[in-house]
Design a protein around this ligand. Structure first.
Ligand SMILES: [Zn+2]
Length: 93
């Protein structure tokens, strides 16, 4: 087998039908890849919009007085979600 420029990127030339099937598979995978990239970009946009829209107050925890305090009760879950989102978006390490 010699390196070829058959478009499969495999560096060999499979016989007719196999070659056609491989090319179709590669085209299908490229299509799937593009669709996934588009979905990922949309998901990222939505997450960024959510982060811009949500207004989480600065932590004002008083759990040392009475746990869970109102601040934690009201905001802890949303703060945690926002932190995960920031990490996912690469805003925080
Ligand atoms: Zn608290």
């Amino acid at each position: 087998m010699s390196a070829s420029n058959d478009g499969t990127g495999f560096g060999f030339s499979p016989p007719g039908e196999s070659r056609k099937a491989i090319k179709e598979l590669i085209e299908w995978l490229q299509g799937e890849n593009e669709a996934l990239k588009a979905e990922l970009a949309l998901a990222k946009e939505l997450l960024e919009a959510w982060r811009d829209a949500v207004n989480i107050p600065r932590t004002n925890c008083s759990c040392h007085i009475s746990a869970p305090c109102n601040d934690c009760y009201e905001w802890a879950s949303l703060r945690e979600t926002a932190e995960h989102t920031d990490r996912l978006l690469g805003v925080k390490p």
